[in-house]
Write a protein that binds this ligand. Structure first.
Ligand SMILES: [Zn+2]
Ligand SMILES: [Zn+2]
Length: 353
């Protein structure tokens, strides 16, 4: 196997002391972590645009697993690092490295949402989330004190489409009958067919397989993608950026599933009546467009009972989503307490008779 060629990448030296500037969440500037010097990030003249899916063609970029990792040569210490990341910190000297030439076999990010929430804000959101979870073990409650929060841009696809759906089904109308002196509900069914249309804008689909899919899907419905700015490498400096692992074709299938569940609701409303049955739906998608966005997430990963857990904090809104362990003894205590209450109620009921 041939070694990957060094990837062209950028660092942003501080004009005052020569250290490397990093993007500061919640601002539009980079800051020097050593001397505090600031440098504004010039806004891009370019707008974020959607790309035609039909024009994507049969390019190798559809299959990200086959694309070799990047090789970074650190400008701070000259160390060579192989990485699937688009931005990272040098393992040896900690200098930020940001890719500035994307592998032509991959689709380059169109835009990004810069971090709005800084580390303190993320920790704050996390603490509130943990505090509201009574069953979480105490070790988990201490976890937010650890320095394990990592600011990471995660790749996401967004999809637009104009859809038309024809359907066949049944409309149910309730009526009531007297049976043995009781009023009972029955339903009369009428067969129906029809057509509904809906335009979708920015259906968000995660493009990473490394992060828990459930918490990520949870956040996917929370992003305000219309605030995304055109891609600018400066925003990645000092933060980790993952390159996409889920290609556009797989992501499109997921996007269509999300659209279908919305369309299903449209069809039910269109059928009307008291109850609906859908027997068949056929959807055509026109003007399919996509773009690749880098979205800001604070990731907390920790070990508990030999299992690794992940909690995500949106770097845009501070929304927290994650799996959490349940504490065995706290649950046992809760069950015992509930049993005691039941015994007391039963005792009172009998003593009153
Ligand atoms: Zn400096
Ligand atoms: Zn280095």
């Amino acid at each position: 196997m041939t070694n990957p060629a060094p990837t062209s990448h950028q660092t942003y030296p501080c004009g005052d002391c020569g250290a490397h500037l990093q993007f500061t969440p919640g601002t539009t500037s980079m800051t020097c972590p050593y001397c505090g010097a600031q440098q504004a990030i010039m806004p891009q003249q370019r707008e974020v645009v959607e790309h035609s899916y039909a024009a994507l063609g049969e390019k190798p970029r559809r299959n990200p697993e086959q694309v070799p990792p990047n090789l970074f040569v650190c400008t701070g210490c000259q160390a060579h690092t192989e990485s699937d990341a688009w931005s990272d910190l040098c393992q040896f000297c900690g200098s930020p490295v940001v890719v500035d030439q994307f592998n032509p076999d991959l689709i380059a990010p169109e835009g990004l949402i810069p971090f709005q929430i800084d580390k303190n804000g993320a920790r704050h959101a996390l603490r509130a989330w943990v505090a509201s979870r009574w069953f979480a073990p105490n070790t988990f409650k201490k976890v937010d004190e650890a320095e394990s929060l990592k600011s990471t841009y995660l790749p996401h696809w967004t999809w637009d489409a104009k859809t038309t759906t024809t359907y066949r089904g049944e409309r149910g109308e309730h009526y009531y009958v007297e049976r043995d002196g009781k009023r009972e509900q029955e339903t009369r069914w009428y067969s129906v067919r029809g057509t509904v249309a809906r335009d979708f804008d920015d259906v968000v689909v995660p493009a990473t397989a490394h992060v828990g899919s459930k918490p990520l899907a949870d956040l996917a419905d929370d992003w305000n993608t219309h605030t995304a700015t055109a891609f600018q490498p400066q925003y990645l400096s000092g933060h980790f950026t993952q390159r996409y692992e889920i290609g556009p074709d797989t992501a499109l299938e997921t996007a269509k599933q999300k659209m279908t569940s919305v369309i299903r609701g449209d069809v039910r409303r269109h059928i009307g009546g008291d109850a609906q049955r859908i027997h068949h739906m056929s959807t055509t998608y026109r003007d399919l467009t996509y773009k690749l966005l880098l979205l800001p997430v604070w990731i907390l990963a920790y070990l508990f009972n030999g299992k690794s857990w992940q909690v995500l904090v949106s770097g845009q809104t501070g929304k927290v989503s994650g799996e959490r362990p349940w504490s065995a003894w706290k649950i046992t205590l809760a069950i015992i307490a509930a049993l005691i209450v039941i015994v007391c109620i039963v005792y009172l009921m009998y003593s009153e008779q």
